[in-house]
Ligand binder design. Structure first.
Ligand SMILES: [Mn+2]
Length: 315
């Protein structure tokens, strides 16, 4: 952490980025860091390949996020947040990897510290929690803008303080953020009670695919490109559908299959905490956390489902 504080102090211009398929931890952490650097009189640019999902556009600072990245020569350093691998950034990954100073702040168990100066703690609930610890250590002020962004990062990555990554420190930090101006209900309403109609239309179709395997210990859901088209929905509208499959009594692992192209599926895995799905995803070149992980597999739907079921049963 001290080295990161040194990098901030001794440089002037920063690039901040995160992964494709943005979530609340990615956007909230990026914007909290943006406000922190700005408050210190630094220059910062937030770049994401993907557009900010509609339910996160209320976050203070979203209007500064850019989706085009030219040359990176004029930046002194880059912050890559919430990415276990640099490739998660998207098409700009190789350009960013060419920069001389990269700071990688992450909390995935699969993060091997393979790129940049790494501040990775798999015990942390979210990058938001790690950034709060950094700000606390720096003694920098937590403004309302920072508090709203960090609270959002933490509340989304902990499933509203329900997942096993939620600990005493998570509540301590969330409490401080509320004190500094984050409004729990106001934020929850913006994130969770703002579903686009297309998302619920799509959910209706996706729930029709619910199946069980391994005597009910595995549940599966899938979505095809055609279903997205018929519902007028986007791939991001399926976020968290997998949690419904996991919520079923007796289920230990839920798998959600997204058809990306013909014979290529993205598989999102969620565990109730007894089976390590990061290990399952790892067998197919993916990764993630103990209870939430993802990978991509080539093949037809039934074949891909079978491979996942077999891998989960093998433990
Ligand atoms: Mn995260």
């Amino acid at each position: 952490m001290n080295r990161i504080i040194d990098v901030i102090a001794s440089n002037r211009s920063f690039l901040i980025t995160s992964h494709v398929r943005l979530d609340g931890d990615a956007v909230g952490s990026e914007l909290a860091l943006y406000h922190l650097l700005k408050n210190l009189g630094k220059e910062a640019v937030v770049y994401n390949e993907d557009e900010t999902p509609g339910n996160y556009r209320f976050l203070p600072g979203t209007e500064v996020i850019v989706h085009f990245l030219g040359t990176v020569d004029h930046f002194d350093a880059a912050f890559v947040l919430d990415c276990s691998e640099i490739s998660r950034v998207g098409d700009a990954a190789s350009r960013i990897l060419g920069m001389k100073t990269i700071i990688n702040i992450d909390h995935h168990i699969s993060n091997t510290g393979s790129f940049g100066l790494s501040f990775a703690d798999p015990g942390a609930s979210s990058v938001g929690e790690l950034l709060y610890r950094l700000i606390e250590k720096m003694g920098a002020p937590v403004t309302r803008e920072i508090a709203v962004n960090l609270y959002t990062a933490i509340v989304t990555d902990t499933g509203s303080f329900r997942y096993s990554n939620t600990g005493e420190d998570t509540f301590r930090i969330a409490g401080k953020l509320v004190k500094m101006g984050a409004d729990p209900y106001g934020i929850a309403e913006k994130i969770y009670e703002n579903n686009p109609k297309e998302r619920i239309r799509l959910l209706e179709k996706v729930l029709g695919t619910l199946e069980f395997a391994w005597d009910g210990r595995i549940s599966t859901l899938w979505v095809s490109r055609q279903m997205l088209k018929d519902a007028g929905a986007l791939p991001e509208h399926t976020d968290n559908f997998v949690d419904l499959a996991r919520s079923v009594e007796g289920v230990e692992v839920a798998a959600f299959f997204t058809e990306m192209e013909k014979n290529l599926y993205k598989v999102s895995l969620r565990s109730k905490g007894r089976i390590n799905v990061a290990k399952v995803a790892g067998r197919f070149g993916g990764g993630g956390h103990f209870s939430a992980a993802a990978c991509k597999i080539e093949g037809g739907l039934e074949g891909v489902k079978n491979r996942i079921v077999q891998a989960v049963m093998a433990g």
